[in-house]
Design a protein around this ligand. Structure first.
Ligand code: SF4
Length: 211
């Protein structure tokens, strides 16, 4: 270990631990999942990069969305993301997560994943190879180093806007808001602007206050 690395470990041990211990939960949402088994097993051995698969979102800090997302799957993705402890990072695989890819005009898939949950990085391609996944991991390390992998903070800050987008597709959600919901502005294009938001009190907080 060189001196710079050693100083980073001494100054920011928690950040370094998260960076080099990415516990991944992934959704077999699309054809992209086919590249994950060789990535995490002996052929490519993702554990060399500190990436291990985990069985539950409550133990994960990396969420891999491996391809197109149907409306039905989106509900499970949101529930999974919200169960993960912070700090947590999301990576979208393939063009389907960026703009819908070849399913861009499908009636039952969503086109842009980051309207519904924050995404820290995308891997372009249809389908990305394991090498591309490892390049993405090293980019994610850089983002974590620079405190730029902050999707979970954006989710918390703009939760009302994200929730409005989620409900636009899924209808009223049956679970209570995770964070304070916010007043949001409509872009006029049928979607809510996730950058403009003012915090208000959640139903959960109101219940706490009344208790
Ligand atoms: S980007 Fe390509 S490989 Fe990935 S889910 Fe879409 S169609 Fe399938």
């Amino acid at each position: 270990m060189d001196r710079n690395q050693l100083m980073k470990w001494i100054k920011t041990p928690t950040k370094m631990a998260h960076k080099y211990s990415l516990n991944a939960v992934y959704f077999c949402t699309g054809c992209g999942i086919i590249e994950v088994p060789p990535t995490i097993t002996t052929r490519w051995d993702a554990e060399r990069f500190g990436v291990v698969a985990t069985a539950t979102p409550r133990h994960a800090n990396l969420f891999l969305i491996t391809g197109y997302v149907s409306v039905k799957t989106l509900r499970a993705i949101i529930r999974t993301y919200e169960q993960m402890p912070e700090p947590k990072y999301t990576v979208g695989f393939g063009s389907c997560t960026i703009n819908g890819g070849m399913y861009w005009d499908s009636y039952n898939t969503i086109n842009q994943l980051d309207k519904y949950i924050p995404v820290d990085g995308y891997i372009a391609g249809c389908m990305p190879r394991p090498e591309a996944i490892f390049i993405a991991v090293t980019h994610l390390w850089t983002l974590i180093d620079k405190d730029m992998a902050d999707g979970y903070k954006r989710y918390r800050k703009n939760y009302g806007a994200y929730r409005a987008n989620q409900e636009m597709v899924l209808g009223e959600l049956e679970w209570p808001p995770l964070f304070p919901t916010e007043i949001h502005t409509n872009t006029g294009e049928g979607e809510t602007d996730a950058t403009a938001a003012t915090p208000t009190m959640t139903e959960r907080e109101k219940d706490d206050e009344l208790a």
